[in-house]
Design a protein around this ligand. Structure first.
Ligand code: ADP
Length: 222
């Protein structure tokens, strides 16, 4: 779950990027967060990535109060979230298998678990035949599938996707969102931040709109 209570962010240049934002995305929900460029979407993501702190207000993610989270406990929260980005952020020198396995190796997961879990999530995103391919040998849609597998491999409670379809063609945009919907249907909470209104209209569901740093709509569409 993601909960913001009266959260405001004022940057050092005086810009109010978020203004008294309150929202709650419950466990198991799928929610779109939409807004035009400059609305405050990246600021929201940066708060959830803990790159910045709010000027005021309280943020809770998967039961962790971010304001009270000690630095040496931050990894515990981090392991409950899978992030997906517009530019995929894959490691170019590693093949698909290693890009996904890397996450588990970096937390010293047991080798036996890695050998079972990695092929499983790679098949889940439809890339069973591409496990040995390198990122440059894959299409944009396939690269985003690898990024999704990497986000999923840790079995997170929550997936946060920041403009996940921004670099994809229309067919792949729909396929990636269908995959995120399928992941959600298996119980993972999914939050998709996007400026692509048509896509949100196409899929429907809970939609939270941010305009000039404020929530101006939070309801189900479609
Ligand atoms: P979005 O992701 O929806 O395009 P942002 O969160 O990036 O919106 O920006 C919200 C507002 O905050 C904009 O007015 C933007 O110019 C401003 N802003 C974003 N990042 C910074 C920063 N690091 N310093 C100052 N102002 C910023």
């Amino acid at each position: 779950m993601v909960e913001l209570k009266n959260v405001s962010v004022t940057y050092s240049n005086g810009v109010d990027a978020l203004n008294d934002v309150s929202l709650r995305i419950n466990d198991g929900e799928f929610a779109f967060v939409v807004g035009k460029s400059g609305a405050g979407k990246s600021t929201l993501i940066r708060l959830l990535l803990q790159e910045i702190e709010p000027t005021s207000g309280k943020i809770t993610v998967n039961g962790f109060n971010l304001g009270k989270l000690k630095k040496n406990k931050a990894h515990k929260l981090r392991r409950t979230i899978g992030f997906v980005f517009q530019d995929f952020k894959l490691i170019d020198t590693m093949n698909v298998y290693d890009n996904v396995a890397f996450v588990l190796r970096s937390i010293d997961a047991p080798i036996k678990y890695i050998r079972n879990r990695v092929p499983y999530v790679i098949s889940l995103v439809g890339l069973k035949d591409k496990a040995k391919a390198y990122p440059h040998e894959l299409s944009g849609g396939e690269q985003q599938r690898v990024a999704l597998a990497r986000a999923l491999v840790n079995d997170p409670q929550l997936i946060i996707a920041d403009e996940p379809t921004g670099n994809l063609d229309p067919t792949n945009k729909i396929e990636i969102l269908e995959l995120l919907k399928a992941i959600n249907a298996c119980g993972t909470t999914v939050m998709v931040v996007t400026h692509e209104h048509e896509l949100v209209q196409y899929f429907g569901g809970r939609t939270i709109s941010i305009t000039d740093g404020r929530i101006t709509f939070d309801d189900y569409i479609g």
